[in-house]
Design a protein around this ligand. Sequence first.
Ligand code: ARG
Length: 588
Amino acid sequence: MKTIAEYIEEVIKEAFKASEYDEKFAKVTISNRPDLCEYQCNGAMAAAKTYRKAPIMIANSVVEKLQDSPVFESVEAVNPGFINLKVKKEFLADYLNRMLADPKLSVEEAKNPKTIVIDYGGPNVAKPLHVGHLRSAIIGESIKRMGRFLGHKVIGDVHLGDWGLQMGLIITELSKRKPELVYFDEAYEGEYPEEAPFTVSELEEIYPTASGKSKEDEAYKNEALEATLQLQQGRRGYRALWKHIMEVSVTDLKKNYAKLNVDFDLWMGESDADAYIPDMVNYLKENGYAYLDQGALVVDVKEETDTKEIPPCMILKSDGASLYNTTDLATIVQRMEDFKPDEIIYVVDKRQELHFVQVFRCAQKAKMVEDDTKLTFVGFGTMNGKDGKPFKTREGGVMRLERLIGEINEEMFRKIVENRSVKDENAEKTAQMVGLSAIKYGDLSNQASKDYIFDIERFTSFEGNTGPYILYTIVRIKSILSRYAEEGKNPEDGMIQCAVNASEKNLMLELSRFNSIIEPAFEEKAPHRICAYIYDLANAFNSFYHETRILGEEDEMKKRSWIRLLTLTKKVLETCIDLLGFSAPERM
Ligand code: ARG
């Protein structure tokens, strides 16, 4: 469906033309003075320059042509030349009824659906998930859902960090603790055991221990580097250990992501890119893109228009070892082979921006992607604590994701139980759902690229611009609808009638904006726009609710119309929170 603004603009264009002015001046926007009008057109001001006339004269003549329009309740020219518009109630009601009848609630699917790979999550195997990975998961999941809602084919890849030094560190530490394991016997030729020689909690302890040792002990670090190299070169025992580490870790990661309502289509990682490296390196060399600089293989990626220095993209170190660049480039090769995507989106900490500038430029310059393949970096800011520094535990350590989620859920549970007179065995489940909304909305309501303060108290509040407030609003609607159904009536029957008061009309106007929000939100990879929208919508609904006795209304027609309006509000809110990656309980 066209947006309301598009409908309005069409009519205004006709009026400009009828007045013999160019229709390009008929731009319509949402009013920035809601006390005066709902939509506005400022085109007369711009047209005044072209036609050398007073803007108010132009506005007056356009307004004259619009007097009997079926779209407007009122059209006014206001000095110096604004055209103030109010939408006709019938037109608005009709629009909302069409939304109700549309499975996508007025949002049109893309005419040319794209294949998009989205790379998000990026956890490092064997290291516990920490809050840094939270943002990537939350933002990426939302972008993925938006893209799919708009009809694109979106493939989510977790892109595990599974090939780096952390693997060598674990192997080294294991070799000290259990040197008798067959994995370390280079002469061994038999099958390796099915069972991993460690549990997930052991693994979680082994990594930080090894990492600590390597920082103090140079020889230890060299051993770990050597183990990493041998692993990458295919030493059998190490590969077998690596498989165990992967199995144990990935099972645990899956459990954690599931708790966050985050789901990946692909569980690929840096290790999967390894096989593509040798051919890629040859290709870069043979086609003259890469050259040797002090032993290292590099590709120049600076451009004339650069205002700051962009160093060459290093493909291989002088000892022949591959780097983060190498894996990311090889992963592009692999994704092009597997999916031929129109776009690859990376949702990664914005401090990695330079890395992606180099990788993207290299891929484009060396024609590893098509000319029209879009490579998009969505860089996010840091999640800080109330002190404005990166979020830590109360004791000052790195905050593990599980612990953070646990703390939020406890807080939510406490609040929910406080609100209840009767015992509710679902309270724990509800607390988890509301807790997730607190975390996700708290994150997504900020522009992704900005740092933000993770404030448990504020995020878990039932009032203000929070996830729990949005859920509370949905639950309120659900409860009215189910009481209506208890009266033996079907909330799916009937039509929305014209608004009878200002708060109802305001709610209707907010609802009608839905499609004008979703598409740009995806184009700009900006879930915060959806948050801003549902906050306005929830406020509009709650004002209407406080002014209106819905179930007590005696006029059946009116009551049914309101029930339909509530149904639409619920659908729009639920669709939006689904795009943000959380859902609402039945009660709270
Ligand atoms: N594992 C990386 C990290 O923790 C993030 C990976 C992001 N994705 C990518 N294709 N480089 O920093």
